[in-house]
Ligand binder design. Structure first.
Ligand code: HEM
Length: 233
């Protein structure tokens, strides 16, 4: 594993951390939120710079489930991030106040794109989860497959995903994704860690959906032809 690769992965983790922190708007003052969000966008520019060759290959995408799903998801992510970026500038109160010309609609779009980005970015991470697992495996010096360890990790993943489903209702994520007005706001004075545990478990839920979804797509492609099918002699 090259140091540059590890640095890139570290910067991606930092970007995700900043994104999660920005979601806790009412935990901080407006300037801090804008600084954190702007820092996340700066790291996003680096992420896209490192991965710029992916854009050149879009037109050569094979007509198979996984590559098509990857392109569709990544382009959705670009659209959500661009919306978040534009609305950030439009509603800025501190850093880009002179450019802020947005009203309540821009604010609604900012919140809508923030929650959709949360879902799509964690699905995107799920699609690349095997890379993360390889790094962890290498760092921990794990060489052999152990059924018990795999089962235990899957059990933990299922637990996090279940918490993610529960937390989605607690934070009323559905209303926020559909732009339905909601009165459910997190009380950061009472419990700050609780918010991050909940938003983290929602992230875990979509990482799991992305990872196991793409694994299922690949498995269906490599499934052997049925013995009762037309090829049977
Ligand atoms: C990682 C990127 C960002 C995320 C995930 C994000 C997310 C959010 C969320 C969830 C709120 C919601 C508040 C609520 O529930 O009422 C919010 C509000 C706000 N954000 Fe961001 N944001 C990001 C970046 C930025 C940036 C870069 C700026 C400006 C430079 C910005 C400016 C604002 C402002 C001014 C509000 C307050 C809107 C109001 O209450 O009128 N955000 N943001």
């Amino acid at each position: 594993m090259s140091p540059v690769f590890l640095l890139r992965l570290g910067l991606d983790c930092l970007a995700l951390g900043l994104f999660m922190a920005a979601m806790a708007y009412w935990w901080m003052d407006n300037r801090t939120h804008e600084v954190i969000g702007t820092g996340m966008f700066a790291l996003l520019v680096l992420h896209n710079g490192f991965n710029r060759r992916w854009y050149g290959g879009i037109r050569r995408t094979r007509r198979q489930a996984k590559p098509i799903a990857t392109v569709g998801l990544n382009l959705t992510l670009v659209a959500a991030m661009v919306t978040l970026l534009i609305t950030s500038v439009l509603i800025s109160q501190s850093l880009f106040g002179c450019l802020a010309i947005g009203g309540p609609d821009a604010r609604d779009m900012h919140i809508l794109s923030a929650y959709w980005t949360l879902i799509v970015v964690t699905l995107h991470l799920g699609l690349h989860w095997s890379v993360v697992m390889n790094v962890v495996r290498n760092m921990a010096g794990i060489r052999k497959y152990r059924l018990l360890r795999t089962m235990l990790l899957r059990f933990i993943a299922a637990g996090i995903a279940a918490c993610g489903v529960y937390s989605s209702f607690e934070l009323d994520i559905g209303s926020r994704l559909l732009l339905i007005p909601t009165m459910q706001f997190w009380d950061f004075n009472a419990d700050t860690a609780g918010f991050f545990l909940r938003i983290g478990s929602i992230a875990g839920l979509y990482v799991a959906i992305g990872h196991y979804g793409v694994t299922a797509l690949q498995a269906s492609r490599h499934r052997p032809v049925s013995q009762s099918g037309p090829l049977r002699r």
